[in-house]
Design a protein around this ligand. Sequence first.
Ligand code: ATP
Ligand code: MG
Length: 571
Amino acid sequence: MSSTSPEASQPDKPSHFIREIILEDLRTNRFGGRVHTRFPPEPNGYLHIGHAKSICLNFGLAAEFGGKCNLRFDDTNPCKEEVEYVESIIEDVRWLGFDWEDRLYYASDYFEQLYQWAIQLIKAGKAYVCDLSPEEIRQYRGTLTEPGRNSPWRDRSVEENLDLFQRMRAGEFPDGSRTLRAKIDMASPNLNLRDPVMYRILHATHHRTGDKWCIYPTYDFAHGQCDSIEGITHSICTLEFEDHRPLYDWYLDQLGIYHPRQIEFDRLNLTYTVLSKRKLLTLVQKGYVRGWDDPRMPTLSGLRRRGYTPEGIRTFCSRIGVSKTNGIVELSFLEHCIREDLNKRAPRVMAVLRPLRVVIDNYPEGQTEELDAVNNPEDPSMGTRKVPFSRVLYIEREDFREDPPKHYYRLAPGREVRLRYAYFIRCTGVVKDPATGEVVELHCSYDPATRGGNAPDGRKVKSTIHWVSAAHAIPAEVRLYDNLFLKPNPADESEGKDFTEYLNPESLVVLEDCKLEPSLQTAQPGDRFQFERLGYFCVDPDTAPGRLVFNRTVQLRDTLAKIEKAGKENG
Ligand code: ATP
Ligand code: MG
């Protein structure tokens, strides 16, 4: 795999080879000027960020060229598919911002047509019923270097094949006892053309067709024909289907039906992440995460719960572009796109995650002031709000050091700092727990002349810290997330370990005793904020009356470096 750094090399809307192909087809009028794509998920899991790439590509290109994009469920495998997945997929594609209008389809809608096409191929001597077991079929198939061998059932008469296939449909035979296979070429260098299975017997209840069928088409027998039925012009899929294209073409040619143009692109891989539905299902089923929508999951429902925006995800998908070689994109690039979007839209508020009590000894007891705070310096139209200030405050524990190291400019004994939107304070005393020696409270004095954060005598401080008034603070639980995996490529099992062995034990840290400014009292699940100096946070659906729960969406970049730089500029 090659490593790509899209941030450095790609502008917002780079052109790419798929767009060029479509432009060329429009120039040559190959499809009568039509552009019609589809997104074809199999409903056997929740959608993830890799699917978002495919969704943005298919719906995006259709929109760009005034065309259409269908949503189609490739539901040919009743064993692994569930209604829950169908519903989550519909919700996630909508949330990403795309619309299939009235074009929601299911491969299962076409089961009867596919069956008729199978009959047509049998009648043409191009398909046969085979009695080999799945294991025998594998043995007969040969390898990349050795040709396969013909099935002993390959030369059954058309009449016998028709009879047996109809009886397969009628339910006369047990699972796995027979298949319908295409009669192509057991010596083809392309293994997909070595008499591939078209139908298998499966006495299983399908989420849409119930018990109507006990034979099901394979994905390969269904996919190309579904695209053909829907009049898809550009059938965009991932690179692993390149070798299947000759088979799809063979079916369409033999049946004499309309041919879409298939174009393959690279799958998205992300560092510190797994994007295989099988692996994601393992994480859910074995309880490594709290569910498909756990904010650590790369699923769209997880990212949504985490606070990621559809706009940020779409920008990411556009910037990574498409290519013909699989690579791996830095997770930090996705975070960068989300941060960039939230920076524009998220209101700023003050929140203290690990509170340390501060008493301002010279501030009048019982007094409260309402100070003006800016909601978003990036967007003056978002206005200002009032933040209450009083004698007892909370500040962040890490904003005080009894013994400050070099280049630590925040609060320390005897030192003066600015409280954001408020006053200069100076630390005059430290109270410790006599048993543990832990600092439990600070005493400070404030300078009333510095209201709003500037000293009339021009005196400077090297740092500005955030705070919350203790009497007005709202308690909250805040969940901090880190990468789910410790290894950049956890899916690489070359060390002989299972991917779950690379799980990060500290991917979730729960802080139960956080203090928020009172404006957050009315925050609703899904609302997003920047907690000043700490990052972007989103209200979790676990929030209930009297219990606010936040997820950290993404950290601010280089928080410490930035603050210290600002501190130096101030000083
Ligand atoms: P998995 O291998 O994890 O089961 P899949 O490709 O089988 O995934 P589908 O539901 O068939 O999952 O995918 C629907 C569409 O999304 C397909 O067109 C597929 O190519 C595309 N897709 C899936 N994963 C990615 C990815 N990581 N990057 C880009 N496109 C993807
Ligand atoms: Mg698939």
